[in-house]
Write a protein that binds this ligand. Structure first.
Ligand code: SAH
Ligand code: SF4
Length: 355
């Protein structure tokens, strides 16, 4: 049986890969520009010259399957700040993309895998398990969908790889997708407006440093001792906290970039001032910014959101140690805008026969 997920789409191709494909089909590579202008800049197809038109009619349909995910859910939070989409890929897998923003400026949160192999206890995606990696085109298509859904309501400024999946477990496809997304001839989103978030896949962090990838790096910590972290993040047995921090130091030195650390605050688990002090000690000497995220409750995990007073206390300790931090708003809880939550809710509803 043909593996439908292995067949590429035009959105999997970088600009130079598209040039090569055109050349292989006997079309001069110069035509790549007009095709990309239509794919990524909304340019009219009427501008295509005959060789490109013929290639698109005769050659492309035989080699590339269109990347056209179907929207199976589109929900907006009551405050209007968060809109969440469930996109159905061609093999029936569904992934989430979230648009967040106001005053015309929006951030899209993209998925990089269907499910996730890392198994973090508090995460709805982790609770689902791993299904498969996304192809570059399936990541690019999420940006196109978000931009189209925004229409003239606003500008898509920032991208965060914080949807379903672990980006550095799907390194090559994610980097290829980001190459396409940042290409100035196409979508042209600035690399400095893109954040790759990882649970701490050490080889991936080191590779980003070595390859001087120009994106922001966010590292999800959630625990400042090996035991506490391992209780929430099973893969920290493979990549211990000490190795994650060492990789961050290497990354910081190699790139000169600030690193964002994610810390999901769970009441009575990792929200004490003593833990904040340990975190501050761990981060000494790193140009760090900590994002404190209140836990979004999931059915597969008993923990609760930390009280605001604990979040503020945590932040105070970090500030005293000279580490800047932000308490993130828990936006869109009524659209289940936590990682993987819309999909798992839909699956439950289907199980009950509601959908
Ligand atoms: N796999 C990557 C990126 C996707 S998860 C990573 O783990 O960093 C993006 C962020 O959402 C992570 O910081 C993760 O810890 C956080 N997250 C996952 N489930 C959550 C929940 N139930 N409540 C709050 N934050 C959650
Ligand atoms: Fe995967 Fe990130 Fe969820 Fe952990 S928090 S299971 S790494 S998506």
């Amino acid at each position: 049986m043909t593996d439908m997920t292995a067949i590429r789409s035009l959105h999997d191709l970088s600009f130079s890969a598209l040039e090569r494909e055109l050349e292989r089909g006997g079309v001069r590579p110069i035509h790549a520009r007009a095709l990309w202008a239509s794919m990524y800049r909304g340019a009219a197809r009427e501008a295509w010259l005959p060789p490109l038109r013929q290639w698109m009619e005769r050659v492309a349909p035989e080699q590339f399957i269109p990347e056209a995910p179907e929207v199976t859910a589109d929900t907006e939070s009551s405050d209007g700040l968060t809109r969440k989409f469930l996109l159905r890929l061609r093999d029936g897998q569904e992934v989430e993309s979230v648009l967040m923003g106001y005053e015309g400026r929006y951030t899209a949160c993209l998925s990089t895998q269907a499910g996730c192999a890392m198994g973090c206890r508090f995460c709805a995606t982790g609770q689902m398990g791993f299904v498969r990696h996304l192809r570059p085109g399936e990541i690019v298509a999420q940006v196109l969908h978000c931009r189209q859904a925004l229409g003239d309501r606003g500008h898509l400024r920032n991208l965060v790889m914080m949807g379903m999946g672990e980006p550095l477990h799907n390194y090559d496809a994610v980097m290829e997708a980001l190459g396409i997304i940042t290409d100035t001839r196409g979508l042209n989103i600035g690399p400095g407006r893109i954040t790759v978030s990882t649970v701490g896949v050490v080889p991936g962090i080191l590779r980003m440093a070595e390859e001087r990838r120009p994106y922001n790096l966010a590292v999800s910590l959630h625990g400042a001792s090996e035991e506490e972290r391992a209780a929430l993040i099973p893969v920290s047995r493979k990549w211990p906290l000490a190795d994650v921090i060492a990789a961050c130091r290497t990354y910081g030195k190699a790139t000169g970039r600030r690193i964002f650390f994610g810390w999901t605050l769970i009441a009575g688990v990792n929200d004490s001032e003593a833990q904040a002090e340990r975190l501050a000690a761990l981060l000494q000497g790193i140009d760090a910014h900590v994002n404190l995220i209140p836990l979004n409750p999931t059915t597969g995990f008993e923990g609760e959101e930390a009280p605001v007073s604990a979040a503020l206390g945590f932040q105070r300790v970090l500030a005293t140690a000279g580490i800047p931090s932000t308490v993130r708003q828990r936006r869109g809880i009524d659209v289940a805008a936590g990682c993987g939550q819309l999909k798992s809710e839909k699956q439950r509803a289907r199980g009950r026969g509601d959908v």
